[in-house]
Design a protein around this ligand. Sequence first.
Ligand SMILES: C[S@@+](CC[C@H](N)C(=O)[O-])C[C@H]1O[C@@H](n2cnc3c(N)ncnc32)[C@H](O)[C@@H]1O
Length: 435
Amino acid sequence: MPSEDLSGQTGDQSPMPPSHDASDGSGGWGAAWATPPAPPDGADDPYEAEATRLRERMVARLRASGALRDAAVERAMLRVPRHRFLPGHTLAEAYDNVAITTNWERGAPVSSVSQPEIIAVMLQQLRIEPGMRALEVGAGSGYNAALLAELVGPTGSVISLEIDAALAEAAGARLLAAGYPPERARVIAGDGWRGWPAGAPYDRIELTVGAMDISPAWFGQLAEEGALVAPLWLGATDVSVALRKRAGALVSESWTLCGFVRLRGEGAGETGVARLSEQVTLTGPNAQALAEPISALLATRPRRIWWGPRDANFVQYLALASGRVLSLWQANGRHGRKARGRFLLYLEDADGPSMVIFPQRAPALLAFGGSGAERFIREQSEAHRQRGAPSIEHWRLVARPLPTDPAALASLPPAAPGATRLTTAHWVYEISAGE
Ligand SMILES: C[S@@+](CC[C@H](N)C(=O)[O-])C[C@H]1O[C@@H](n2cnc3c(N)ncnc32)[C@H](O)[C@@H]1O
């Protein structure tokens, strides 16, 4: 699991500079083979034999941790040579349970090969069957497209969209070299926000990139009873949600916390990023407007408040219920490519501005300014407890297309008691604590 993620989530990245610096080699056997010899197929090739051994170990570890439970996904992960999609990386890096960032833009990661654990979890959320038609948004290296190709089998098909034309070309070439020709896994350069209507309807759509919203095109191109699995930004972090298309709506079947690089292009949405200094970045709702008051509070002396063990579910609940949770990123490490992230809640009330920071591990909160933020968090914590402190896996989300007619929008019935309603550019999400 990434060591510096915000909420205990697995993923490919946190929303800002990531926890894993791909240049940190781990030495040993992997280092010795940093530049792979010619493409191997012979069973007696020691490089391939070692790759197979490390791949089997990776799969065994995922199984032992409980992340990998499905026999078909396990077979696919054993078959697809992950290292061939990570040229320039050691075998040890390729088969470690970490995400590997491959491309950066202005200090932020824009492409990575995701952590094996979240790959396995999301493929299981998809519940793919042989013969299905699958669409992936975010081809990246092509590794996940190869896994999808294994799962749909020779009678199914995979289309994978990649916004970066150079990455798309490289992914297509790697897939071909690894034994997945375009009939099995076709990579197309283009903005995945529009999907790929020529291949629709799809039985499954998987996003391997974090989205702020669900594209109407994905909904339109998904078959009735088909499933969309996507890391959606819900308040404080991405949540990988499996959504079934049913009777004009998308209904959640499973959730898991994660962290992904952001979708680019037409559907990128509002990211809310403000730089507080060379090293410190603020992300989240109203980040730019709050940069000044938050900087002022950070310059004051905090009070430590006993809180207890970190609870990712509560932070996510708080973010959804309040819409006020932001993340603070402190860059460090070589090239400033590592960052420590923390959640914070800021508010202004009669006592003036106040803020609480959730520390990464210590069982104490840091409170700045007045007492309003602390009071608010205690009230929300009590409300969360009274609802049985449901873990995120038990929450339920129903997404319905946002009515375009203002009258229909105004006459939406109120959210069910205890449910949180979020309205995005295209959807009305109703989130409840599950049944
Ligand atoms: C986490 S990586 C995907 C990892 C990939 N599935 C793999 O197995 O290597 C996310 C990818 O999504 C791509 N991406 C971002 N926005 C996109 C968009 N609008 N359409 C298609 N691809 C996009 C990025 O360029 C990046 O390569």
